[in-house]
Write a protein that binds this ligand. Structure first.
Ligand code: SF4
Length: 317
């Protein structure tokens, strides 16, 4: 299942005006009531308003899935791509138009299954973009099919007796890729933390990967239910160089100091436990950024023709 739609939405914002969060939304999101995608969209709108990003200076790229409707709802350039291919599209866009702020939105069925190869290499390329993985542990758009992140034993239409394999862990996978430069986890039901994580990701130069744990009340209502009800099951990673989410001290009492420069500790903390860990696992601003190391000076049309003629002349007889 695939579809391509390029949307050039309302790009006529007056750059002298202060844009509010609602100015970045084009229409109501068509998601089920209670879907965590609404929270992600709200946090993104807040970020765009805080940064006063101009709609014509940014692009949202997605694949296929419930969350991949994102570009239709954001007042920016949008590319609703094909299944699993959001990242190569976004990387190409960033190389061709480095001045654009590029955001990528994918679901778990999209990124971690058919798009897994692209995900690994895009992480290594470390192009400068903000990447949102909305992980609801299921294929929602295709109506309840097991995805790579579905918990073991969880029943779906494709695994009615329950998923038979341990789930793939997006944090551990990303942290295992060389040149991965920013890896964080947050949750749609903790809006303060989600917004703060987006801010940190946007500020980072390189491939900022955020796994957003996303509720799907339609097909996986149980997977995060305990953590939503009981904040004692969540541990916040805190550090002066981490995600600064003020005001959560009273709600989340379990807190752990973690220096996001420490990759070995980040990998250890990404292991599954009964506690859900939210925060910045790893960041290194010194890694090579693909769109910078591959940057070439612009070449005029005349120069291109001249070079082409020189090449043809090599084979002249
Ligand atoms: Fe959201 Fe799940 Fe409904 Fe899709 S199926 S819109 S992920 S609640």
């Amino acid at each position: 299942m695939s579809s391509i739609a390029i949307s050039l939405l309302d790009l006529e914002a007056d750059s002298s005006q202060c844009l509010l969060a609602e100015d970045y939304q084009t229409r109501e999101g068509k998601w089920c009531a209670g879907c965590g995608d609404f929270g992600a969209l709200n946090a993104v709108k807040r970020l765009l308003a805080k940064e006063q990003l101009q709609p014509e200076k940014m692009a949202f790229v997605s694949g296929i899935g419930c969350s991949s409707r994102f570009p239709h709802y954001v007042n920016a350039f949008g590319f609703h791509g094909i299944h699993g291919r959001a990242l190569p599209i976004a990387t190409g866009l960033k190389l061709a138009r480095p001045e654009l702020d590029v955001f990528v939105v994918m679901g778990d069925g999209d990124c971690t299954s058919i798009g897994a190869g692209h995900w690994i290499h895009a992480t290594r390329y470390n192009a400068n973009m903000t990447v949102l993985l909305l992980d609801n542990n299921i294929y929602g758009l295709t109506k309840n099919q097991t995805s790579p992140t579905t918990p073991m034993g969880y029943a779906s239409n494709t695994s009615p007796r329950g998923s038979v394999l341990p789930p793939l862990d997006p944090l551990q996978t990303t942290l295992g890729v060389s040149n991965a430069s920013f890896v964080a986890q947050t949750a749609d039901w903790v809006p303060v933390h989600l917004y703060a994580t987006l801010q940190a990701a946007y500020a980072h130069k390189g491939f900022s990967f955020i796994r957003i744990l996303q509720r799907c009340p339609k097909f996986t209502p149980d997977v995060f239910a305990d953590q939503v009800k009981n904040p004692d099951l969540t541990e916040l990673l805190v550090h002066e160089d981490g995600v600064d989410a003020p005001g959560l001290e009273k709600l989340f009492k379990a807190r752990r100091e973690h220096d996001p420069k420490n990759l070995d500790e980040a990998r250890a903390l990404a292991q599954r436990t009964d506690m859900l860990r939210l925060g910045l696992f790893f960041r290194d601003d010194s890694f090579p950024v693909y769109d910078e190391v591959r940057a070439v000076s612009p070449v005029s049309a005349e120069e291109k023709i001249d070079r082409l003629n020189q090449e043809f002349d090599r084979y002249a007889v």
